[in-house]
Design a protein around this ligand. Sequence first.
Ligand code: DAH
Length: 344
Amino acid sequence: MKEQLQKIYDAAKADLQKANSISDIEDVKLKYLSRKGELNSIKKNLKDLSDEDKRIVGAFANEVANNLETEVKAKYDEFYKKELDEKLKKEKIDVTLSGKYVQMGHVHPITQTINEITDIFHTLGFSVAPDKHSPEVETEYFNFDMLNFPQDHPAKDMQDTFYTTVAPHVLLRSQTSGAQVRTMADTKPPIRIIAPGRVYRNENINSRKNNFFHQIEGLYIDKNVTMADLKGVMNEFLRLYFGASRPTRFRSSFFPFTEPSVEIDVECIMCKGKGCRTCSGTGWLEILGAGMVDVNVLKDSNIDPEVYTGFAFGMGVERLAMLKYAIDDIRLFFSNDERFLNQF
Ligand code: DAH
């Protein structure tokens, strides 16, 4: 039996010698040292021996098993190190390589401008009207009639305003001014709101005009509100948005829903003189209309003009952005050109 053990040991050593990989070594371990391996099957026969032989052969069997285990482990360690070295050599990592660039989206410049203007009006005590007061699909009633537009006003014409086929008199709003009427319908003065949003006009598209753009409407109604308040608030807004050194001017104007009315121009910074396509060579670009809320509008909204007065304004967001960042073509905002958008 001892001889048999010696033979197994020799065979195991020979197999180990031949082993060429960690998996070969594991095969040797399985063949000789596992529970069902060759050494164990010999050990099972020990019970047939005399006590004396049991002791001697048993001790020898243990010695063989221990030795084999030590040798397997040594070989295993050797191969493990070798395979690891090879792997490390093959899978070299260049830590100086630059990482993968993750492209992050960001807020559109028009939304950025709306946010900036909204922040300014927050500091001046205005809050944003709820969405229900400022729908994009609007009725003729709120977009025009309640704002004192006469029935035959040219703006009501299909040439200027997009009408829907949803129902008669339902249109894509041409101005955010309807938000004034909707606010007055369910809010008691004092009122101090702004309403930003998209508006639509049937325009010939060029560098200054698009068939949709954005406005921010404003309404301030309280006792004793005067034209001086209008000028004060507008000038403060212009100073906070453009900085104190930017030339601006008030011009008298006309809107059906304000009396008196003004328009505010800002000096053109894209101006290349006579040929400037942004300001048509005038040196100024109109950015907002404003005025004292017309008595008829107050009355129609059940606000007593003997007690309350107010001013309203509506500004063009694209124009304000163009004049701040020297953008000479409104179409750039809507072209989704990353070379343009990534500058913001
Ligand atoms: N809604 C006007 C427009 O689109 C702008 C405007 C003018 C708004 C005077 C106002 C205002 O609230 O008082 O041209």
